[in-house]
Every structure is written in structure tokens, then in C-alpha cells.
Design a protein. Sequence first.
Length: 410
Amino acid sequence: MDLNHGSGEDIKMKKIALSRLGLITCITSFTLLLNACSQQTSLNSQLLGNKTSQAIALPPLKKLTNLIPTKKNWQVNTGSAMGERKIHPFIKNHTIYIAGAQSVSAWNMNNGALLWKKKLAETITAGINGNLANNSEKIIIGSSKGNAIALDSKTGKTLWVERLSSEILAVSPSKNGLVALRTADGKLHALSSQTGEIVWQRSQKSPQLSHLGASVPVILSDKVISGFDNGKLVAYQLSNGKPQWEVTLAVPKGLTELDKIIDIDGKITVLDNALFASSLNGNASGIQGATGNPVWLKTFSTPSGLSASTNTILTRDNQGNIWKLNPQTGNPVWKMDDLQQRQPTLPIIINEELAVAADKQGNIHWINTKKGKIVARDSSDKAGYSVAPIVNKNAIYFIGKSGILSKYSL
């Protein structure tokens, strides 16, 4: 726009236009910044452009000779790329169900054969979950449009669709005919798994800035337990939504807005009547599931949550260090720094001596939980991993960001 030509009135109008354009640009830039934080994207790519952003140099992995034998049984491209979204596979009746982008598919766990695949007209953002305890033939997913969708597990046929208040971030297992779904507006919705009808809804006040994600709600006895973006872990009566207890795992603090994000996005683990949960910029805790009484509470920030067994808790911190904690006290047992800056998934416990995690470069790391040492390494989806592996008996399944599904055995 040339300000050197035209009448005085023209110049005045052009200056007003430029002023408005500057205001719009400022508002747009601020909105992009908030969206970048919310969606866990790179701030550099939004503010400076790809040409000026620089990737963090990763320290080289230590040279390793595999000390245990591992075997890749099969690998398939599911066509369901999920990127950074944590859409967890679901396993039932010798079938593993995968979702991502705009498709859902079912695969034979033994040989990787495709059983069915269904394309949707909306982006899948949550799931997959269902009922492991009975002969239910439904799997449930959530979409960016806020639609809860139930599919026939044998055919992929749509059984019902229920519109919720906003984008769906997580889907609980179903039990006693109910399933709970977390939405981006801080609400927990309980639906009839048979019809999709909303039975009850509860909400927690959400902070203005949070990551786009949510921990998967868990069911313990007659309660559904969910984490929220305000740092609270809350238990509700599954049948009617009556609040049972709540535990504050984090409160906002720190100098920057990013430091004040206190989401509970990672895995909540149920072990007998105990719960193990954690938050960003807050605490990790061992909690009595019946009463909500924290047996221990330790300062620890993790985006991945906690993986627990009788004798071991494994987690990773914001820098990518892997930690082993004592499940009785929360005290650290060891720290492993081999995977710093590699954004490893939550390490999943295979047995009392072995766990496995995968990283953003597609490496699979087998970890001795007694010594805190990597004892074997494999590589699969080069796009990397954001979803933790799934252990099923003697098999371990990995779903990568590009949709590559792999089965390994020991």
C-alpha cells in the first residue's frame, strides 16, 4: 500500500486500514501462539517459519549389543496416521483395533491380517475402548466434531452416534452399560454403551491454556476416575455421576504460562485398589482408590503418566529421563538418562525384570528394570511414537505416528 500518493483523505484512510491490519495481525499472532501451545506444536514453526527454526540436536544413542533376543513377528501399514495424538489401540478376542486420521481398522493379532476397515467423514481424536469383561460387540471412538461413535467390533458398522459438547479427547472402558468420555471443554460425559444416550455429565473449570489431550478415564469398582486440566483427579459414581472424592495433583505456579500448565494427560494406572497418577508441573501420587486418600505425593512432572506393577513404577520426566519409583513410597530407585530429548513414550512393564518404551525417531528400547539399563534396541516406524506400547501376554504391539503397526515377541 503506497502512502506517498493520493489526497490527504486517501492517505488518512490508508493509515487507518494499516492500523486495523496491524491489530488483526497482532490478534492472529497471539491466537496462533495459544493454538500452538494447546496443540503441542512447535512455537518456532508458527512464529519464525520453518527456515529460521532449528531442531534440537539429539545426543547420539549409546552403542549397544542386544543382550536379549527380540523378534518382529509382523508389521503392517494401517493407513491410520495419528501424528502426536494419543489414540490407543484396543485388544479383544484375538483382534487389535486401530484408529487415526479418518479410519478405523481391525487386525488379526496372530498374523497381522486385515479383518475390516472403515472410513469416516471426520477426524478421529480419541479411543479406542470397549468392554473386556463380557461379549459386547462394540468399540467406541471420539471425533474432533464432538461425536461419540460406536462401531460393531466384527464388521465396523456404525451402531450409534451421539454429539457431545466439544472435541473428544479420551474414552474410558465400558462397564455396567456405561462409558465415560472426556471432552476438550473440561467435561466428563457418561453415555449408555447400548444406545449412546447421555446418562450424566460433570465438569471441572479449565484453565485458559492447556495441552490438547487427556488421560484415559479408568473404572475402579463402581467409580469412574478422570484427570482434568486444572490438576485435579476426580472420582464419580459410575451409575449417577455423584462426586466421590477428588485429589489435587498440581496447582499453577512458575514464571511463564507454559510453567503453569498442570494437565493430567498421562496414563492413570489401577493396581488392585490402588491408583497411580501424575500431572504436568505438579506431583506423582499413589492413592487409595476407595477413599481418594493420597498415601504418598511426590513432586514430579511428567507428560506420560505412570506404569505400575507390584514392585515397580516406571515413568519419564519432561526431559526424557526414565525413572523407577518405589510403589509403596514414591521414592526414586534409579534414573536413566540415555533417552534425553528423544521424547520416549511411557515405559510399559512386561515383567518384573523388563520394560519397553519407544521414541520419536522410531527406536524401540528394551529396559532392564532391575538395573535401569537398555538391554536391546529395535527400530520400526520411522515417523516415531507418541503412544505407549501395548503388552498382551507374550506379545508387544507398537503403533507409530504414521500408522505402522508392529508386533514383537521375546
